[in-house]
Design a protein around this ligand. Structure first.
Ligand code: TTP
Ligand code: MG
Length: 358
């Protein structure tokens, strides 16, 4: 059932996935000794606020990220409720990454508290490296993390989640079937809640069920992502560590097979792009302020128009509407060969924007 990946060295458990434990709440505990051992909930404190994160003490009361704060208060009236201090979390995050960069420069920063490391150049035992990282971060910063070790990104991430908090977990090739087969489909990177529902509807609940589906079937169901899922559940993931530190923009464009002047067609593309970009921003927990529309005419001249908004956004409707109003400013008398939409000026989302109704 498991074919062997070709471009991965299965003997070498060289990929680490690092994820800080209850990151924002742990920073608050670290900065205020009085909070030690108490349930700490970080989130928007208004009526519409939601929980950004809760420490493990508070999780015992059933509190988790994205829960409305008023429900958290019912479940845990004695909790300590704190507004997020994004500036401080970013500062601590930088300190953590400075430590990681002392170990290797092959780092992909996924978010403020999460990274992949490729430690192949160190030539050391991955457990030893992991223990060292945990030790230094505890000594210099006073925070715990969980580390997953494997031969690819998908399995390393799965491993870091395995015994949180403060854990180290290895997934080697021989463990793959036992670990993966019983998992619910939503545990597979790339299968979000919507896709999980689609699978459940056709009677597929676990990775074991998923194994019966052919690559073609998965591609029909989920597009290109379906192909990746097919390989991932077989323990194969050839994604490289992407060391490009921070994304400067997110965007997408398309070249038409036939040039067009039809505004409705162009608007349809802007809508699709806005949806894609918005989903991607949300997934990466980013907001952007500048929206840029690019058009290439039949004679290959390129025109771009951008607008910087008053607020940072991740909302598809705002991105779409801004895109359309930029299109209104463009000359549509010439036929168009390519259209693209980009959101730039990116920054991490803040709590205010994470309210229940956003
Ligand atoms: P996570 O790593 O998902 O969560 P965590 O670090 O709080 O807890 P865990 O021990 O399970 O890793 O997210 C990192 C930080 O990102 C988290 O502290 C707060 C923030 N965050 C959001 O802003 N919105 C969210 O929906 C989630 C899940 C986290
Ligand atoms: Mg975390």
């Amino acid at each position: 059932m498991y074919s062997m990946p070709r471009s991965q060295d299965l003997e070498k458990l060289n990929i680490l996935h690092i994820d800080m434990d209850a990151f924002y709440a742990s920073v608050e505990e670290r900065d205020n000794f009085n909070l030690k051992g108490k349930p700490v909930i970080v989130g928007g404190l208004s009526n519409h606020g939601i929980v950004t994160t809760a420490n493990y003490e508070a999780r015992k009361y059933g509190i988790h990220s994205a829960m409305p704060i008023f429900i958290a208060r019912i479940k845990c009236p004695n909790g300590i409720y704190i507004r997020p201090r994004m500036h401080r979390y970013r500062e601590v995050s930088r300190e953590i990454f400075n430590i990681l960069y002392d170990i290797t420069s092959l780092i992909e920063q996924v978010s403020v508290d999460e990274a992949y490391l490729d430690i192949s150049q160190l030539g050391r035992d991955p457990i030893e490296v992991s223990q060292k990282i945990k030790e230094i971060v505890m000594r210099d910063i006073g925070l715990t993390m969980s580390i997953g070790i494997s031969y690819n990104k998908f399995l390393a991430k799965l491993a870091s989640d395995w015994n949180k908090p403060n854990g180290i977990k290895i997934i080697s090739q021989d463990m793959v079937p036992d670990i993966l087969l019983p998992l619910p489909v939503k545990s597979v990177h790339g299968i979000g809640p919507k896709s999980a529902k689609k699978l459940n509807n056709i009677g597929i609940y676990t990775v074991r069920d998923l194994m019966y589906l052919t690559e073609e079937f998965l591609v029909d169901l989920f597009g290109k992502q379906g192909g990746e899922i097919y390989y991932r559940i077989r323990g194969i993931d050839n994604r490289e560590i992407n060391t490009e530190r921070e994304r400067k923009s997110l965007g997408t464009e398309i070249t038409f097979s036939h040039d067009t002047k039809d505004k409705e067609v162009l608007k349809t593309y802007i809508r699709t792009f806005a949806t894609e970009i918005s989903e991607s921003l949300k997934q990466k927990r980013l907001h952007g302020r500048t929206i840029t529309l690019k058009i290439k005419y039949g004679d290959f001249t390129v025109k771009t128009r951008g607008r910087t908004l008053m607020e940072e956004v991740d909302d598809e409707k705002i991105i779409y509407e801004t895109g359309v109003s930029l299109l209104d400013e463009m000359d549509l008398n010439e036929s168009i060969r390519l259209i693209g939409l980009t959101v730039s000026n990116l920054s991490p989302s803040t709590m205010e924007q994470l309210s229940l109704f956003s």
